[in-house]
Design a protein around this ligand. Structure first.
Ligand code: DGL
Length: 275
């Protein structure tokens, strides 16, 4: 029997955080196989300029396409916010970023039409989320939370230090007109790990929108409409094949990545990207 070809999706992130998006993709769109590129040698992107992020992200996207990706998911909020247009121009396959899906979900969830977005310094400075939300008639305030990424990477997502830091950021974001905001958008790959803590800290009426989960749903819809050649239920249910490419230590990626993906990481290869 000839097996139906499974779609191959390339997932790009500055490092480990995009594994939260991959985790959702595996859960929501298990009918595809995934190749993941983590630019661990050059993270963090969140404090870099738009030119630098675009150069790095385009190189990584091209690498994924050359390795067979038929669709690209830009899991990194910073890369999406700063370089989605350049990545799309340099790619010949469909490209999905995380900002639009997160903003669309937030717009659908907000009753009062006021939303708070948290992300890296670079994502917030780009106002990509505010623009995407404004286009849907939503007022947004954006708050950079630069200390949250290192806290999560330290494994302190449940630590009281993380709680104290997050409380300060949220108090500064939910002020003035935005005291009544009813949606908090997690505009960074690392924040889904902080979700239980953030849920405790935000006012009870606030819904948390996770752009990882929103993006996975968009990808799943695209797969159902376009890419798949799935012929049987069995094939659809099969566990995705995962391959990882990283620009820094394979060992560190395995160790750190597990907390983001929620399962052990096996097939990892080190790559050098020529600029
Ligand atoms: N992946 C980045 C993001 O979602 C966070 C980590 C970084 O700054 O590279 O914005």
């Amino acid at each position: 029997m000839i097996r139906p070809r499974r779609p191959c999706i390339g997932v790009f992130d500055s490092g480990f955080g995009g594994l939260t998006v991959l985790k959702e993709l595996i859960a929501i769109a298990p009918e595809a196989d995934y190749i993941y590129f983590g630019d661990t040698a050059r993270l963090p992107y969140g404090s870099k300029s738009a030119e630098t992020v675009a150069r790095y992200a385009v190189g990584a996207a091209q690498y994924l396409e050359q390795h067979g990706a038929q669709m690209l998911v830009i899991a990194c909020n910073t890369a999406t916010a700063l370089a989605l247009d350049q990545i799309k121009q340099a790619s010949s396959v469909p490209v999905v970023g995380v900002v639009e899906p997160g903003a669309a979900r937030a717009a659908a969830a907000s009753q009062v039409r006021r939303v708070v977005v948290i992300g890296t310094e670079a994502t917030v400075s780009s106002h990509a989320y505010a623009k995407a939300l404004q286009a849907q008639g939503i007022e947004a305030t954006e708050k950079a939370c630069p200390l949250l990424v290192p806290l999560v990477e330290e494994g302190w997502a449940k630590h009281t230090i993380a709680e104290q830091v997050a409380r300060i950021y949220l108090d500064q974001a939910f002020i003035g007109d935005f005291k009544s905001a009813d949606v908090l958008v997690l505009g960074c790959t690392h924040y889904p790990l902080l979700k239980p803590l953030l849920q405790k800290l935000v006012p009870a009426h606030v819904t948390i929108v996770d752009s990882a989960d929103s993006t996975a749903r968009v990808v799943s819809d695209l797969l159902r409409k376009g890419l798949p050649k799935l012929s049987s239920e069995t094939e659809r249910r099969r566990i995705p094949r995962l391959e990882f490419f990283v620009t820094d230590s394979v060992e560190k990626f395995r160790r750190m990545g597990e907390q983001f993906l929620g399962s052990p990481i096996e097939d990892v290869e080190h790559v050098e990207l020529k600029e």
